[in-house]
Design a protein around this ligand. Structure first.
Ligand SMILES: [Zn+2]
Length: 233
């Protein structure tokens, strides 16, 4: 990680991560957490454990928040408080609808990304009372559905939280192993294109292994773009 100028104007400096760094850190976080809980690591990370993970590092987690006043497409909000742990709110729409179970998991993990990787920035550069008067939500990250998994790199905080979300729910080592085993089992050489029948089957395997949405699996596979080793022997 290195510091670069924050062109969004929110902070003087902001952290820049290479994807490989986030993959490493996130895998360390989730495997360490699961080992502490169970003495072993198994996927999918169950939703209750995502709750425990957030509660460990945040001051408060509200899974039944009414976020409608932020806009119809807002599904998660993290509020930062200098020298205190952040507060996380998740839209009750996700909790109350079983068909949105995967989106709930995605949103919780995305907000956790803000908690774990961004809270310290507010300690370093707390918003001034003047800024909070002008921008009343200046101490919050308000996250919309469409940037939960993937955002433009210019929106660095959302991009990082989206990447972290994928890297915690679908740790790189396991995804790469699934891709390699799939390719070996089917005699494929090189990266599996997601447009093909094999690509769809691979994506389905990632969806069921990690209990994520099709979209989350597709974005993660595209980002990792693992190139299986050529068959040996
Ligand atoms: Zn966000």
């Amino acid at each position: 990680m290195k510091y670069v100028r924050d062109t969004t104007g929110r902070f003087q400096q902001r952290p820049h991560y290479e994807p490989a760094e986030l993959d490493r850190e996130c895998e360390t976080i989730i495997t360490g957490f699961l080992k502490d809980l169970y003495g072993k690591v198994e996927y999918p990370v169950v939703t209750d454990d995502l709750t425990k993970l957030i509660e460990r590092d945040a001051q408060d987690l509200d899974l039944y928040a009414d976020l409608s006043h932020y806009g119809a497409d807002v599904e998660g909000v993290t509020e930062f408080q200098p020298n205190h742990k952040p507060r996380v709110s998740i839209s009750k729409e996700l909790m109350e609808n079983d068909r949105r179970a995967n989106r709930l998991r995605t949103t919780m993990t995305h907000e956790y990304g803000h908690v774990k990787f961004h809270a310290y920035l507010w300690d370093v550069e707390p918003p001034s009372p003047d800024l909070l008067r002008r921008v009343p939500n200046g101490n919050k990250i308000i996250c919309k559905r469409e940037t939960m998994i993937d955002a433009a790199q210019t929106d660095w905080m959302e991009w990082q939280a989206g990447y972290i979300c994928g890297a915690i729910l679908m740790p790189k080592t396991s995804v790469v192993r699934i891709c390699r085993e799939y390719a070996e089992a089917h005699g494929l050489y090189g990266a599996v294109s997601l447009q093909t029948t094999h690509g769809h089957a691979l994506m389905a395997q990632v969806v069921s292994t990690f209990a994520v949405s099709d979209d989350a699996a597709r974005v993660r596979l595209l980002k990792l773009n693992p190139r299986p080793a050529p068959p040996t022997g």
